[in-house]
Design a protein around this ligand. Structure first.
Ligand code: HEM
Length: 278
């Protein structure tokens, strides 16, 4: 008799909802922001016409900034809930190898990954890999730098009452360049790490469907698999309920739309910047 395929919950509904808000707001912020930054380019004018003008783009940009602050707040709640569930002290929860902050073990895994690229053995990654921890932390400094400078651009008059006006010029440069870096990173490295890698291409739907198969866990996160087996929690976490086919289909369609939109935007930006250089 064929063995039943088993699955394990990786992301809760709350985590998936937060990530959906991140995707929708970040993609819209990047499209509207870049159209404002490159407003003289034909592709930016096309985006503006589609949306109903540059004023609409500015309004959409501000609305998605509010969603960004909202999901930042939800992320803090998520961390607090996970910490309480763990029963560990806060710093231990954050800094142990299965926590969200990078530590010595991640440094070793970075070295191990490079050896693996050149024919060595694949590191035994755990619940979060070093690049996933980096992506997670990027939300925090991204919001501090882009969000802080964005608020300065949003409320220039109020800000001008407390600090010299030339700070606004600096805020524009910081906002614009950090946004370019963030969009460049998400639409190339993050997309490659999650969806374009061999075995994942063209899409890893886990962040939408929430579960991964037991084989994926064993192969990709062997340290987590061994730990769950050793402390006896693996059995309790496993289910034979496969992700609903409609949800998988929706995840693929939506995910591919987002990945291709981000890729097209980044190509438009690179071509524009290259044209301005030459
Ligand atoms: C999260 C909080 C954010 C706030 C409060 C914010 C706010 C603003 C504001 C008020 C402007 C001026 C818009 C106008 O002229 O009508 C602006 C411009 C811009 N934003 Fe944001 N923004 C945020 C996030 C982002 C993100 C995540 C990106 C891209 C990844 C981004 C990219 C841009 C760009 C490229 C511009 C044009 C800058 C220029 O003219 O050079 N913003 N933002």
């Amino acid at each position: 008799m064929a063995e039943k395929k088993l699955y394990l919950q990786r992301f809760s509904v709350f985590q998936r909802l937060i990530h959906l808000l991140v995707i929708l707001s970040f993609l819209t912020l990047a499209i509207t922001g870049m159209a404002l930054k490159f407003a003289m380019e034909p592709w930016a004018q096309w985006i503006s016409q589609m949306a109903g003008g540059f004023v609409v783009l500015g309004a959409l940009h501000r609305f998605c900034a509010l969603i960004t602050f909202f999901y930042f707040f939800l992320t803090l709640i998520l961390i607090r809930n996970k910490w309480r569930e763990s029963g560990k002290g806060f710093w231990r929860f954050m800094f142990d190898p299965e926590g969200l902050m990078p530590g010595m073990n991640d440094l070793r895994e970075i070295g191990g990954s490079f050896r693996w690229f050149f024919g060595g053995e694949r590191p035994k990654y755990g619940h979060w890999t070093y690049w996933e921890k980096f992506d997670f932390l990027a939300v925090f400094w991204g919001i501090a730098v882009i969000g802080g400078s964005g608020l300065a651009l949003w409320f220039p008059v109020q800000l001008g009452r407390v600090i010299p006006g030339w700070w606004l010029n600096i805020a524009t440069i910081i906002h614009s360049d950090e946004a370019l870096l963030a969009a460049g990173f998400i639409f190339t490295i993050h997309f490659y790490n999650t969806h374009m890698r061999m075995k994942k291409f063209p899409m890893d739907p886990v962040i939408f469907v929430g579960t991964i198969s037991l084989e994926e866990l064993k192969e990709e996160r062997p340290r987590e698999y061994e730990q769950l087996k050793a402390d006896g929690s693996l059995e309790k976490l496993l289910t034979d309920k496969a992700p609903e086919p409609w949800l998988k289909k929706l995840a693929f369609t939506f995910g591919l739309f987002v990945v291709s939109t981000g890729t097209i935007l980044i190509v438009a930006i690179i071509v524009t910047m290259y044209q301005h250089l030459s």
